[in-house]
Design a protein around this ligand. Structure first.
Ligand code: SF4
Length: 258
């Protein structure tokens, strides 16, 4: 995912970066406040079902040799220890990390264990999953996504094979997202070689998808960190505001620019 917001971790200010453990932060996010990140991806790997050229984790990699998906026990234990050590709990525990969290082969069990730890140690903290939504149509994934407090799902304007690096059916994705409770859409608007997420055609198609989905909220933003492909450029704030204004005409949920 595009992870947690505006503050890169120490020592990672230049270039794309990978988190190097299960727990990251707490960090202060543009969109979430204080958040503790959960990275489920095997160490030294970036694994996603998308391969967005704007991704701040870099392009997808093969799974690093000898690295493994962390077990549900390992994730729950790391979270428990971190929460117990914090003088003040974070606002959020966020599934984000070096790729797509729903790719974890035991994602449902991980979610169950994380929610249990949260309930026991820090019941006021909300659990959120940031996902590209590509597996939201699978019943087990859908059920797990609906179990957490918030679902931040990606829906970017622009040709999907260029903006997200893989060809998929956006109409199918929207139908799968409609199976989730109270989706918040994260829309990252960028320009790259041969495309613009801010073009009239891209915005029109995106608005049609939004109108069909009727998300609870929409977060419009552009890149704030170095992308995987240096040719990808951010879109000016004024243009983001104009796109958000049009989104407000087709959805009843809150639309914000970050
Ligand atoms: S969905 Fe895109 S931005 Fe998010 S982790 Fe995957 S490749 Fe990166």
């Amino acid at each position: 995912m595009d992870r947690l917001g505006s503050l890169p971790p120490p020592g990672k200010l230049e270039g794309t970066f990978l988190w190097d453990g299960i727990i990251n932060g707490p960090v202060r996010s543009r969109r979430l406040g204080v958040s503790l990140g959960l990275n489920l991806t095997p160490l030294h790997s970036k694994l996603c079902t998308f391969d967005c050229p704007y991704c701040e984790c870099g392009f997808d990699t093969p799974k690093a040799p000898h690295s493994r998906w962390p077990s549900p026990d390992l994730v729950a234990d790391a979270l428990r220890k971190t929460l117990e050590q914090m003088s003040e709990p974070p606002n959020w525990v966020t599934f984000a990390g070096n790729g797509e969290p729903t790719m974890h082969p035991r994602f449902s069990v991980v979610v169950q264990r994380v929610v249990e730890v949260r309930d026991r140690i820090a019941p006021g903290v909300k659990v959120v999953v940031m996902s590209n939504g590509l597996s939201a149509g699978r019943p087990a994934v859908r059920e797990s996504l609906n179990r957490v407090d918030e679902r931040l799902m990606k829906l970017d304007p622009g040709p999907v094979h260029l903006v997200n690096g893989v060809a998929y059916d956006r109409s199918r994705l929207v139908e799968d997202l409609r199976g989730l409770v109270d989706v918040t859409v994260q829309a990252l608007v960028v320009e790259g070689p041969g495309y613009s997420g801010a073009s009239e055609q891209a915005v029109e198609e995106w608005l049609a998808a939004l109108a069909r989905l009727q998300p609870k909220a929409v977060q419009v933003y552009s890149i704030a960190r170095p992308p995987a492909d240096a040719r990808v450029k951010p879109v000016a704030r004024a243009r983001l505001e104009a796109i958000a204004a049009r989104a407000r005409r087709v959805v009843t949920g809150k639309v914000e620019v970050f």
